[in-house]
Ligand binder design. Structure first.
Ligand code: SAH
Length: 219
């Protein structure tokens, strides 16, 4: 790996190890998730001016009024998505700068990711190429629609909060598949895991959370 990807000083392996220790203290137990966070260079996904804060456990601005999610939340959601069995195919809504996508792509066979803001998606695509990912497919679209052509998905993970679970996402979930999604208005959002059972869906509440709203149409 090049020195730039490995990081130096505040973006070094030591900073990443500290972040992983913190996530473990906060209750993340999945070793495979912690290991993947340890090995994924988050500083590549934020502006150079913010790189020294890349391994803080906080959300950071990525422009267009959006943020890169807090590492704890990324870890918590992926841990919930992988519970039971690792899904082969995952649909992600809200690519943003692509940090969570990159982590998913190290854990599952194929990631399909949707983003409504073209400029962010282009930046994410550049990041994927730079880091050498070949198992990520991207699309500029409203994530409320899902991606019917590649459905059903064994896992769906949503990085922005709708007021209600989009019907299309439930439809595109494979039998036994899991959907991890924050739902609700600002200030009262809950992170949910929905599992497609033989008949209908089961629902589990994970945490109170704070996500940007899931908007309609293109940005
Ligand atoms: N997964 C990102 C989080 C980005 S923030 C990370 O790793 O940090 C959430 C993203 O969801 C924003 O980029 C926002 O533009 C996007 N978003 C909001 N509503 C959307 C919609 N309806 N369809 C697709 N993307 C949406």
């Amino acid at each position: 790996m090049s020195n730039e990807l490995l990081g130096i000083g505040m973006t070094s392996q030591r900073s990443r190890n500290r972040l992983v220790d913190r996530l473990r203290e906060m209750g993340i137990a999945s070793e495979i998730v912690l290991e993947t966070i340890r090995n994924t260079p988050r500083h590549i996904f934020v502006d150079e001016a913010l790189a020294t804060r890349a391994y803080d456990n906080t959300a950071l601005p990525i422009g267009h009024n959006q943020t890169i999610s807090q590492p704890y939340i990324v870890a918590r959601m992926i841990e919930a998505l992988l519970e039971g069995k690792v899904p082969a195919t995952v649909l992600e809504i809200g690519t943003g700068c692509g940090y969570q996508t990159a982590i998913l792509a190290r854990l599952v066979n194929k990631v399909y990711t949707l983003e409504r803001i073209d400029a962010l998606l282009n930046r994410a695509r550049d990041n994927f190429i730079r880091l050498g990912y070949t198992n990520i497919r991207t699309k500029h679209t409203d994530g409320n629609l899902g991606w019917p052509e590649y459905s059903p998905f064994e896992g769906i993970i949503v990085s922005a909060a709708p007021n209600e679970i989009p019907e299309k996402l439930l439809e595109q979930l494979a039998p036994g598949g899991r959907l991890v999604i924050p739902v609700g208005r600002s200030g009262e959002q809950e992170l949910l895991t929905i599992v497609r059972e033989e008949r209908g869906f089961s629902e589990k509440r994970l945490d109170w959370v704070s996500f940007v709203p899931m908007l309609e149409g293109l940005g």
